[in-house]
Design a protein around this ligand. Structure first.
Ligand SMILES: O=C(O)CCC(=O)N[C@@H](CCC(=O)O)C(=O)O
Ligand SMILES: [Zn+2]
Length: 339
């Protein structure tokens, strides 16, 4: 029982498909804890502040650093060493993939939100539907007029010239929020990518459907369980703990000269089995390429050329046809609205 061992990760890895039993219990300070499904925890303080927080990790099963960090936060909440003042939904995205040590079992879970899960019948399609339902129920139960946050925590497959960065999902013209960028920077995430198109990622779902401040947060490089350096995630862990406890975030101390904001310039999807990059397989994220440089070819037809100096992010020629194989980014334009 989770109530006894207080270790969500151990519990989830031991029961990745079905819970032996659902659990509901109350902590000494009156906080109510529910474990209604595998990798799903709802934690509600007896006197919550006006904010609802969703923290997810393990949407890609092999991205273990943030899973371990989130599990430590949950452990601190359960043993009472971290006081909770926010309503909190914790999600471990893809438990069977976590057990297998794989990004996904069959399909990329992080392309199946905003209803895309209706187009298939794999375990990941069903999991996306379930995760959507818990997020919807959680925000709707909190009600309108409360601050809503969703930080979907990941790590990147390859080396990166910028170790930590976040994707700010498309806001359909709503201003980008400095308060959120400062929050991420205070947790060590000083590079922000502004997305300009709708997607089927988890963070876009929460942003678009519930008006949440939501981000995909990349916290370093993929490592197996037990091989992460907790010190590299300490700043983010501390800021998330402060958010959960509704403590001052110290955002006035953020040095904005350290923050870099990019616009996503191109989203390049793979269309054929002949898709290939022109650069090395292990080229690091944020490597720049000059104007006119050919980045990729696809089936002998589509050629992707750099329009102005652009840096590459998430190159992956092994994705399924129809999926995103690369983002390119450029320094943020002066026309972007911020508040
Ligand atoms: O390192 C990589 O190639 C992928 C890392 C990763 O999982 N990134 C997310 C980003 C989601 C977003 O664009 O918001 C993903 O690809 O799902
Ligand atoms: Zn990921």
């Amino acid at each position: 029982m989770l109530q006894d061992n207080k270790d969500l990760l151990v519990h989830t890895l031991a029961h990745p498909h079905h819970l032996p039993q659902t659990e509901t219990f109350t902590l000494a300070d009156g906080t109510k804890v529910q474990l209604p499904d595998v990798g799903v925890m709802i934690i509600e303080p007896s006197r919550p502040t006006e904010q609802d927080v969703v923290l997810s990790a393990g949407v890609h099963g092999n991205e273990t650093g943030p899973i371990e960090m989130l599990n430590e936060l949950v452990g601190a909440l359960l043993d009472g060493s971290l006081p909770l003042r926010s309503r909190l939904l914790v999600l471990l995205g893809n438990p069977p993939a976590m057990v297998a040590g794989k990004r996904e079992l069959e399909v990329n879970l992080n392309r199946l939100f905003s209803g895309a899960h209706q187009q298939g019948d794999t375990a990941e399609h069903h999991r996306a539907a379930l995760l959507e339902r818990y997020v919807r129920d959680f925000f709707e139960a909190g009600g309108e007029g409360r601050a809503r946050y969703h930080y979907d925590l990941h790590t990147a497959i390859r080396d990166s010239r910028r170790e930590k960065f976040a994707i700010y999902p498309f806001r359909h013209g709503r201003p980008w929020r400095w308060q959120q960028i400062d929050f991420l920077a205070s947790g060590g995430v000083e590079t922000i990518l502004l997305s300009h198109s709708a997607t089927t990622t988890f963070s876009y779902f929460s942003s678009n459907e519930f008006g949440a401040d939501a981000f995909t947060v990349e916290l370093g490089k993929v490592h197996p369980f037990g091989e992460n350096d907790p010190a590299r995630l300490a700043a983010m862990k501390q800021q998330l703990a402060r958010l959960l406890a509704a403590q001052p975030l110290g955002l006035e101390q953020v040095d904005r000269s350290r923050i870099t904001v990019f616009d996503v310039a191109q989203v390049i999807n793979k269309h054929s089995d002949d898709f290939a990059f022109t650069f090395a397989d292990d080229e690091a994220n944020f490597t720049p390429f000059p104007r006119g440089h050919l980045l990729a070819t696809d089936g002998g037809k589509a050629h992707y050329v750099v329009a102005e100096e652009e840096a590459i992010v998430f190159p992956n020629a092994r994705v399924a046809n129809g999926q995103r194989a690369l983002l390119t980014v450029v320094p943020v334009g002066s026309d972007q609205p911020f508040e």
